[in-house]
Design a protein around this ligand. Structure first.
Ligand code: ADP
Length: 486
């Protein structure tokens, strides 16, 4: 019997353009679209956050169905909404759990995402779509793999469905108290190190790792790194000794329709690699709008979550009694950072913005149009991450002809090639050691090219712009993997 197209349901707590806090949203906003182009019936399901209401669609006309979800002794109603303007997307609506100002960070996150996981499985009984593969992402969806394998698959309706669990960041594991067992209807026998216990906590990530059929992560280098104690965040032995056979690293791409300097509506002047001269206008207009001196200083941009992962401690290292950041500012550079996160680093950047007026600017908000302006306006893009599963910032930067300066780790290692003046090959600057000194040296190297060898600097920009980081390759690899699973 001829089987129809492979059916895949992506389950994610954030999806661009509906709700985004980081790279996960970009991935789920783009990969299913690409898979659809390749013939897979890929769909997406996510929570219906109250802050999205009325933003994307009038919700009554998109209502599909409603039903109850059982969490231990609690019963919670859920409404399912559907929209296919961008791609077929199901939204789980519950005012109890998702009518909040932020996506995460609440005391009952364990219950909110247990509800999400169960709600998604129950949804399948109510809609006309039974996937071959459920593709889960990060800790918020880990329990779904467990519930499916241990409970739902006993029902023939679910028994053929396979799961993929993608790690977008090992650091965030979804660790909760024992009350999580209760909402997932799991007995105490699951509280063992062989199952989902992790140092006395219930680990949603372990539920995904152990009970999925395949694990992927977002770059080949990170797939190896997570098996080491330096990067494995305590799960390296589990991954390296026990689960290695089902782990695959597939490099992320970026959405070439969204991130395209040729027609990006948010930037001052559109350009391509052929008309890269026009990029300069983005810098001067940005300087004008945001109070930076109008001169040809090298503009260093950062768009990032402001957390220790992103390597901002290196700014506070010292070189000959001077902070690295102060040392950097001795050069003719300007500095702009957009991000939100930990107060300690926000305060540090505020301090520098105060100390170097007209040469630096800091925006402590989440603002995508402004992010795109920064990608287009900057000359170099700094990403000194301690670890980086894939990283999208450097890919977007290269797409906009902005030269990345990165620490050689994870996906940064897989995507940025250090420039070689002799061969004229390479797309940016890399340093390996986790030290402020080496970060400074690479910024200095980029600065030398920028000021003294502009032809080479342009070559690096063009190399980056011409390099393909669209989703096509990755989508093919996912397709191949899914095909082996059904
Ligand atoms: P992570 O997922 O670890 O946060 P990535 O580099 O993989 O890092 O992806 C970050 C994504 O979020 C990029 O698309 C980046 O442009 C975007 N981003 C990060 N911070 C902000 C911000 N403050 N405003 C707008 N976009 C942001």
């Amino acid at each position: 019997m001829e089987r129809g197209p492979l059916k895949c349901l992506f389950v994610s707590s954030e999806v661009a353009p509906f709700a985004k806090t980081g790279g996960l949203a970009d991935v789920i906003g783009a990969l299913p679209k690409k898979l659809r182009e390749q013939g897979i019936d890929a769909r997406v399901v996510m929570p219906y956050y109250s802050k999205m209401q009325n933003q994307f669609f009038d919700h009554d006309s998109h209502f599909l169905t409603s039903y109850d979800v059982y969490l231990g002794w609690r019963v919670q109603g859920v409404g399912i909404y559907y929209d296919d303007t961008i791609m077929p997307t199901y939204f789980l609506k519950s005012d109890t759990y998702f009518s909040r100002p932020e996506l995460y960070g609440y005391q009952d996150d364990y219950e909110r995402f247990a509800f999400f996981c169960k709600g998604v499985l129950e949804m399948l009984r109510h809609i006309d779509f039974i996937p071959d593969i459920i593709h889960c992402n990060d800790w918020q969806t880990g329990p779904l793999c467990l519930l499916l394998k241990e409970m739902y698959s006993k029902d023939t309706f679910f028994s053929k469905i396979k799961t993929v669990y993608t790690i977008h960041n090992m650091k965030y594991q979804g660790l909760f108290g024992k009350e999580a067992l209760n909402v997932l209807d799991l007995g105490n026998d699951y509280m063992t190190p062989e199952k989902i216990e992790y140092h006395g906590a219930v680990s949603y990530m372990k539920a995904g790792l152990l009970y999925s059929d395949k694990i992927t992560t977002v770059s080949p280098t990170y797939a190896e790194e997570i098996k080491t104690c330096e990067y494995g965040c305590g799960l390296d032995r589990l991954l390296g000794d026990k689960l290695y056979y089902k782990i695959q690293g597939i490099l992320n791409g970026i959405d070439y329709e969204v991130y395209n300097p040729q027609n990006d509506p948010y930037i001052y002047k559109n350009y391509t690699w052929r008309s890269i001269k026009r990029k300069q206008e983005n810098k001067s207009k940005f300087q004008e709008e945001y109070g930076l001196e109008q001169k040809d200083s090298m503009l260093i941009g950062i768009v990032s979550r402001i957390t220790d992962q992103k390597g901002f401690d290196l700014m506070k290292d010292t070189i000959e009694d001077m902070w690295v950041m102060d040392e950097i500012m001795q050069m003719d550079v300007q500095f702009v950072i957009l991000g939100t996160g930990e107060k300690e680093y926000e305060d540090m950047f505020k301090h520098f913005a105060y100390k170097y007026p007209k040469r630096s600017n800091i925006f402590l908000t989440f603002n995508e149009p402004l992010a795109q302006k920064i990608y287009a306006a900057s000359d170099v893009f700094l990403m000194p991450s301690l670890f980086e599963p894939c990283g999208l910032g450097q890919l977007i930067a290269m797409r906009y002809g902005t030269v990345p300066i990165v620490r050689k780790t994870g996906g940064l290692k897989d995507t940025v090639i250090h420039y070689n003046m002799q061969t004229k090959e390479g797309t940016g600057f890399e340093f390996e050691e986790c030290s402020g000194y080496w970060m400074y040296k690479k910024i200095e190297e980029a600065y030398t090219y920028y000021k003294e060898y502009p032809d080479h600097f342009k070559q690096i920009q063009l190399n980056g712009m011409k390099k393909g980081f669209a989703w096509d390759d990755a989508a093919k690899k996912y397709y191949e993997m899914y095909s082996t699973m059904i």
